[in-house]
Design a protein around this ligand. Structure first.
Ligand code: SF4
Ligand code: SF4
Ligand code: FES
Length: 288
């Protein structure tokens, strides 16, 4: 591809053996549409194979390539170099997370906090259907709208890196975990509202937020964690004033009607344990 210009990447690299940062500069040829991630891959393949950074999907889906680009948390794979409109681009590892090497950070504290808010549907009627589901729970389009924007989160931790409270209080749940708590509370299938409100109702939870909104500003998916935190506070107050009664999740859709003579087709039994064998069978059946 045709080189349009040369750009310098100034990379703030964490050197674990020395316990300090070092800044290295690399000049790279840039083509139209080239992303910051492609620039990093160019450096690794041509200039310095020791450079460490994370990437996987390269299409703003997995959320692993987040770094600080020119002072702002961004996805390296979703940021075009020419759009930055600068001959020198500074790159740093995400803030508020333990450093590993160069641009790589350890996301464990971020995911631990997400785990604390129980990021899954909670039902009080746990029975056979809960563990071995055969049907869906009812949900209207309006009910989906209540949580849809919050379900777009790809757990990239950009909001966490942008949050000043996460930077000063390591126990603060952070914008993503709090937003995700609201995402499940707003889901009409869920019955875990009181469990989650107990978890978030603290100075390390929804009351620790300073409402600066940098989390929402940083989100590459247009999720608004600052809004979700305000809605969480509203729920806590409703609960404390006694307005929030027991929440009953939606019921299952009706079973399909029995049609005389219709042949029932069982879903394929497909387990992780048998996945390799099953994939081999499919390959042999259809592609040989
Ligand atoms: S609005 Fe709250 S959660 Fe978002 S960045 Fe500011 S302090 Fe953090
Ligand atoms: S809310 Fe946005 S910025 Fe935060 S983890 Fe999810 S996708 Fe990333
Ligand atoms: S590599 Fe997956 S989001 Fe960037």
């Amino acid at each position: 591809m045709e080189t349009v210009k040369k750009v310098t990447f100034r990379i703030k690299r964490w050197i674990p053996e020395e316990g300090k940062f070092r800044i290295d500069a690399f000049e790279i040829p840039v083509f139209r549409g080239m992303t910051v991630l492609e620039g990093l891959i160019y450096i690794k393949e041509n200039l310095d194979s020791s450079l460490a950074f994370r990437r996987s999907c390269r299409m703003a889906t997995c959320g692993i390539c987040g770094i600080i680009i020119n002072g702002k948390p961004m996805l390296a794979c979703a940021t075009q170099i020419l759009h930055l409109n600068s001959d020198t681009i500074t790159l740093e590892p995400l803030k508020n997370l333990p450093l590993v090497k160069d641009l790589v950070v350890d996301h464990t504290p971020f995911f631990e906090k997400q785990r604390l808010i129980k990021p899954y549907i909670i039902r009080q009627d746990e029975g056979e259907e809960y563990w071995n589901p055969t049907r869906e729970y009812k949900q209207t389009p309006e009910e989906v709208e209540e949580y849809l924007q919050f379900s777009y989160c790809l757990t990239c931790a950009l909001c966490y890196a942008a949050c000043p409270t996460s930077g000063t209080n390591k126990n603060y749940l952070g914008p993503q975990a709090l937003m995700n708590a609201y995402r499940f509370i707003a889901d009409s299938r869920d019955e875990g509202v009181f469990i989650r409100l107990d978890i978030v109702d603290s100075p390390d939870g929804c009351w620790g937020c300073h409402l600066a909104g940098s989390c929402s500003d940083a989100c590459p998916k247009g999720v608004d964690p600052a809004l979700a935190i305000q809605l969480l506070r509203k729920k806590v107050i409703e609960r404390d004033l006694g307005y929030l009664k027991t929440v009953k999740g939606t019921s299952l859709v009706s079973p399909l009607p029995h049609i005389e003579g219709a042949k029932r087709v069982e879903p394929p039994k497909f387990t992780i344990r048998g996945a390799k064998k099953k994939a081999q069978e499919i390959l042999e059946k259809y592609f040989k």
